[in-house]
Write a new protein. Structure first.
Length: 143
């Protein structure tokens, strides 16, 4: 894969995330959002099991360091909390408002990357981050 392959994966992620919001909003009708998150998690687990098997990418659990375990567990807990909150918000609000607010994560990732990872965004990067924050607020608070 080329140096810009990350970009195509990121575009795919955005497309699938958009589809997630629409499919979830439709699928949440008449059921508890926490139970819907549980079903979604099982579907993801099954899909990843098949994918790892098909691509022969399984690794022995012993190959993970303590640091790997710690941060993957924390990431999993954060993902689960995000999904529970997202599905609850989708059940209660409009997808066209919930999804943009969820994308404030873009702004928060930039801030957290500076604080926790020592990244140094450029002035242009900060301008883009500010525009994302502004756009999120304009989209989410339109009603």
């Amino acid at each position: 894969m080329g140096a810009s392959a990350w970009f195509y994966w990121a575009i795919a992620s955005a497309i699938f995330a958009a589809m997630t919001a629409i499919f979830a909003k439709l699928g949440l009708q008449g059921i508890n959002s926490d139970f819907a998150t549980f079903i979604r998690t099982w579907v993801i687990l099954a899909a990843l099991t098949l994918f790892l098997t098909y691509t022969h990418k399984w690794q022995p659990l012993s190959s993970l360091s303590g640091k790997n375990w710690l941060f993957l567990i924390l990431s999993g807990l954060a993902t689960g909390a995000s999904w529970v909150a997202y599905f609850k918000a989708l059940q209660m609000g409009n997808a066209s408002q919930v999804a943009p607010i969820d994308k404030l994560s873009v702004v928060l990732v930039a801030i957290f990357a500076v604080v926790f990872l020592g990244e140094k965004p450029s002035g242009q990067d900060w301008m883009g981050i500010g525009l994302v924050a502004t756009g999120v607020l304009v989209l989410a608070l339109k009603r």
